[in-house]
Design a protein around this ligand. Structure first.
Ligand SMILES: Nc1ncnc2c1ncn2[C@@H]1O[C@H](COP(=O)(O)OP(=O)(O)OP(=O)(O)O)[C@@H](O)[C@H]1O
Length: 599
């Protein structure tokens, strides 16, 4: 950089620093740490460049608070963390000539400005990378934005105005939009709502640090296929503006025209060339005629659900050249931008909320007794045990549970604790008054105030991958939402059959299935037993929210629970002890009496 007298000096900044050629800098005479870019619109507006952006906060899961920091990627170790997280990315901007070319990696150079904010959790004395958001320059041509900006924009405080969104207005102002190119969350930390935390951080960053040639942005945009199914952005102030255009209407025409060596009417030429090469490669490997393949492409694109008409090879080839419309959202970054969106954004049909059948009725199961009756077969080893332990009768009748009354109203969790063999599983069985469980040696007694349907975790079929099972049984959006609530959002898990999942993944998949079913009472044994402590906490936390929202009654049993019980926060606890009467206590009493002892 050089000063007004032309004297030059060097300022070292990190790779993604928000500064470019021609930017005017202001140094703080009191501290060389403080460097600003002078706004091109208002000399008194200083946009901070250094120190780099950093924000901290806490995420609460039950009573546990996990500290995090979000900072610009600035060091070599940040870059390493980023590379680690890249493998888990959801693509948020699809291949598009309304968009970029195939989404490059976050660390790759894309040309133009970009900023990457990395979220790290404090674990002990070290920091664990958990999520990042990648902010880039906007796309040039986006149909819904184009239509929205056809409305005159007259900023009251900034020299930003256009009467119509023509070439001139676009050239002048398109960089007043920043784009969220990606939000990535590590699978270990899914279910904590980190996508929202990252969107909020991106907004703050854009309001305070982002600029192009000294001009601050007015909007933040995001477009993503996933937004068809889960709206993870509107709670952060993003407004749906419409769907991108995609290329369905013109892809075959463009391909044929390119093949003949002609240009195309719209879109990015290099991208179209790539499509052409990809389809030509497909024709070569399958020995098919190009025109015939394009005709086939055209034919399936006329149908309502094109992908269902394609063979696997065709699907793999065609998906590289077809871009379906995807939802496009804008987030205002100042008051006028907000007012403008409020006035002009088309009223778009809201995504249907994931409605669950909501229950409101209580249950009362009284006089619960479970007794076992065992005729002892007197083999030599059994006689040995009888001698050693002083057993004399040839028949053992034992009260395992009860008498006990269980009453619960909708939206509550009852937790059954007790050591191994204390009767947790049998109590759950007893609460399933219509259940099919039978044993010749057990007698169940209870009376119920009314009948209710009880739901258990059930293994899922292994003939299809789990997402196929979910999407066919429920809707895509309900399935995605339930799977994300149980912290299962890895694409690689979704596309495997149930028997190819880990125990913990199987558990979460079964739990998602239970959340989506309509049973009034959920009976869960060995709750979260196969999960690591953090995932168990996250699952317990989200499970509780779901029970309350859907008015379910959940009766949950586990021997090991100290690491997540505060996140589950049951309303009552039934503490079982072999050979003793069960105790019914509140969560607070249980904490004082039982957990304190255990701790
Ligand atoms: N089918 C059965 N017939 C007779 N007795 C049984 C039967 N099933 C379980 N029991 C006995 O009932 C008692 C309670 O068993 P239960 O499976 O409910 O214990 P639990 O608390 O769930 O134990 P864990 O934590 O080890 O799973 C045990 O002593 C067990 O031996």
């Amino acid at each position: 950089m050089s000063d007004d007298a032309g004297k030059s000096s060097t300022l070292h900044v990190h790779r993604f620093a928000q500064v470019g050629k021609g930017d005017r800098l202001r140094l703080d005479p009191a501290s060389t740490r403080n460097v600003f870019v002078v706004s091109a619109e208002d000399q008194s507006d200083l946009i901070r460049l250094t120190p780099a952006f950093e924000q901290s906060g806490e995420i609460c899961v039950g009573s546990q608070r996990i500290a995090y920091r979000i900072a610009e990627v600035a060091s070599a170790s940040d870059l390493q963390s980023l590379q680690y997280l890249e493998q888990f990315h959801y693509k948020t901007a699809i291949l598009s000539d309304e968009g970029t070319d195939e989404a490059p990696t976050a660390t790759a150079s894309v040309g133009g400005r970009k900023a990457i904010l990395l979220l790290q959790f404090k674990v002990g004395i070290s920091w664990h990378a958990a999520a990042y958001v990648d902010i880039q320059m906007p796309l040039l041509m986006v149909k819904p934005r184009h239509e929205l900006f056809a409305n005159a924009f007259r900023h009251p405080d900034r020299p930003v105005r256009w009467e119509q969104w023509d070439q001139h207005a676009m050239r002048e102002n398109v960089n007043l939009i920043a784009r969220i190119a990606r939000v990535v969350v590590s699978p270990e930390y899914r279910g904590l709502g980190l996508a929202r935390t990252m969107l909020e951080a991106a907004k703050t960053f854009c309001k305070t640090r982002w600029h192009i040639a000294g001009r601050r942005p007015l909007f933040l945009e995001i477009m993503a296929e996933m937004l068809h199914y889960i709206d993870f952005v509107s709670t952060s102030g993003f407004v749906r503006v419409g769907n991108t255009e995609g290329n369905v209407a013109r892809v075959s025409r463009d391909l044929l025209s390119m093949k003949k060596g002609y240009g195309i009417s719209s879109g990015i030429m290099s991208l179209q060339k790539k499509y052409l090469t990809q389809l030509q490669d497909f024709c070569k490997t399958t020995n098919r005629d190009f025109e015939e393949v394009v005709a086939r492409l055209e034919e399936v694109l006329q149908t309502e659900d094109p992908s269902s008409h394609l063979s696997p090879e065709e699907w793999l080839a065609f998906r590289k050249v077809i871009r379906f419309p995807i939802p496009y959202y804008l987030c205002p970054l100042d008051d006028y931008a907000e007012q403008y969106l409020r006035e002009h954004a088309p009223a778009s049909p809201k995504l249907r909320r994931n409605r669950f059948k909501i229950n409101s009725q209580a249950i009362a199961v009284t006089g619960i007794r479970v007794t076992s009756d065992l005729q002892i077969s007197q083999s030599k080893p059994v006689r040995l045990i009888m001698d050693c332990f002083g057993l004399s009768a040839d028949r053992i009748q034992q009260r395992i549970i009860g008498p006990l009354d269980v009453k619960a109203s909708a939206g509550n969790i009852i937790f059954i604790s007790g050591s191994s063999g204390s009767g947790k599983s049998l109590l759950l069985r007893a609460l399933d008054h219509e259940g099919s469980y039978r044993s010749n040696h057990l007698k169940f007694q209870r009376s119920v105030s009314r009948t209710y349907s009880a739901g258990w975790l059930k293994c899922l079929p292994s003939e299809v991958c789990i997402f196929e099972y979910f999407a066919e049984k429920y809707s895509v959006s309900r399935s995605l939402s339930a799977l994300s609530q149980v912290g299962l959002s890895e694409a690689t898990a979704f596309i495997r059959p149930f028997d190819m999942l880990s125990k913990g993944q199987q558990y979460r998949a079964m739990l998602a299935d239970l959340l989506l079913r309509d049973d009034e009472v959920w009976l869960l044994d060995e709750f979260c037993a196969d999960l690591d402590p953090l995932t168990a906490r996250v699952v317990a936390h989200n499970f509780r929210r779901h029970v309350m929202a859907a008015g379910r009654i959940a009766i949950v049993a586990a021997a090991n629970h100290g690491h997540y019980l505060d996140a589950l926060r049951p309303s009552k606890i039934i503490a079982l002890r072999a050979g003793d009467a069960p105790r019914l206590v509140t969560y607070r009493e249980y904490q004082d009496e039982f957990l304190a002892q255990a701790g």
